[in-house]
Design a binder for this molecule. Structure first.
Ligand code: ZN
Length: 353
């Protein structure tokens, strides 16, 4: 591909975040940490404490805390974008996914989703980021006038797709999504990126497991049957813990892993517009790269997997993000790497060839 014209194709990272603490609810972490950490001195102390705690624990919550404290308290989304861009070759394009966490019963957010979207679109319109940012709109079906809001974002501000996060408290087949949002997306050829891993930010309205279950891949069969033309990417390909369960534990027919549920749908041939991104999951590199490579041997899977990293949620992983795409490329080989980092994303995003 690259040998014919000497110009290397661009990498598409289909899953990144650059939002800041202003968009995280005050009660997201216990002990008012989100609020307290707005003070620089307290943030410094917290950082030191967290870094001491993190190596000794496998507790995901501490890892997430430390990650947010060090990364989320940037002045604005541009600061995070600059760090992200620095991890990748020049020209790499990033799907940026905002987060609307106002309805997860974790308190107030400093800046609502409208401001977050505005800040993002201002960046996306700047000359230096024009071909870098692919902005997605975060849609929470519980927010009033969801469809009207989406229409403005798409038709006036060139948002390119929709992000949903069901564990915040709704089903992928929520009536507003089914009756308003998905039909609009089909009409305007907008792809959907949906969080799909049991490791997630969960609404505090529901018991933990119930909230996690909202992201189960099984909910999407009905959506895809009703909207066969809607392109849907199930993020994280089921997630690290489900890949681990697949690799290491006995699997019962009654309790298939989320990875298997997604693979079954892909391999059935009934859902040609179903995609999955490897974001976050691929950061468990040593364990998961061989499985990924084997899965990509199947043509139906190979054409439906997207490269994504989940920046900056992964900033606390031992694997540095800059190294990830290099090691991934080396491990997969040129053909497979460009398939998931360029060809498939272009198809998913309906990018010009
Ligand atoms: Zn994410």
């Amino acid at each position: 591909m690259s040998s014919s014209n000497l110009i290397e194709p661009v990498i598409y990272n289909c899953h990144t975040h650059i939002f800041t603490h202003k968009h995280i609810p005050d009660g997201y972490f216990p002990l008012f940490i989100v609020k307290l950490a707005r003070n620089k001195v307290i943030r410094g102390v917290l950082n030191t404490v967290m870094q001491k705690i993190v190596p000794w624990t496998s507790n995901d919550r501490f890892q997430r805390c430390a990650n947010f404290v060090s990364f989320a308290y940037k002045k604005g989304q541009e600061d995070n974008l600059k760090v992200l861009m620095n991890y990748y070759p020049k020209g790499t394009r990033f799907v940026v996914l905002p987060m609307d966490m106002a309805y997860m019963a974790a308190g107030k957010v400093m800046e609502d989703i409208d401001k977050q979207h505005q800040e993002l679109v201002c960046l996306a319109n700047r000359e230096e980021y024009k071909n870098i940012i692919i902005p997605f709109a975060h849609i929470d079906p519980r927010r009033p006038a969801a469809l009207e809001r989406l229409a403005v974002l798409v038709e006036e501000q060139q948002f390119r797709g929709v992000k949903i996060y069901p564990p915040l408290g709704y089903y992928p087949c929520d009536p507003v999504l089914m009756h308003d949002i998905y039909p609009y997306m089909v009409k305007h050829k907008l792809p959907l990126i949906a969080h799909c891993s049991p490791g997630s930010v969960n609404t505090k309205h529901l018991p933990f497991e119930e909230a996690q279950g909202l992201a189960d891949p099984k909910h999407y069969a009905a959506v895809m049957k009703k909207f066969p033309d809607l392109k849907i990417c199930l993020s994280h390909f089921g997630g690290i813990s489900e890949w681990q369960r697949y690799l290491t534990r006995d699997r019962s027919i009654d309790n298939p892993t989320w990875l298997e549920k997604i693979l079954d749908m892909m391999r059935s041939g009934n859902y040609p517009n179903l995609y999955a991104d490897v974001s976050y999951t691929v950061f468990n590199f040593q364990e998961n790269i061989t499985l990924l490579k084997v899965l990509l041997e199947d043509e139906r899977v190979r054409t439906q997997v997207l490269f994504g990293s989940d920046f900056y949620m992964t900033s606390n992983e031992r694997y540095p993000e800059r190294r990830l795409s290099i090691d991934l490329r080396a491990a997969l080989g040129e053909t497979l790497f460009w398939q998931i980092a360029n060809q498939n994303p272009k198809k998913f995003l309906a990018e010009a060839a």
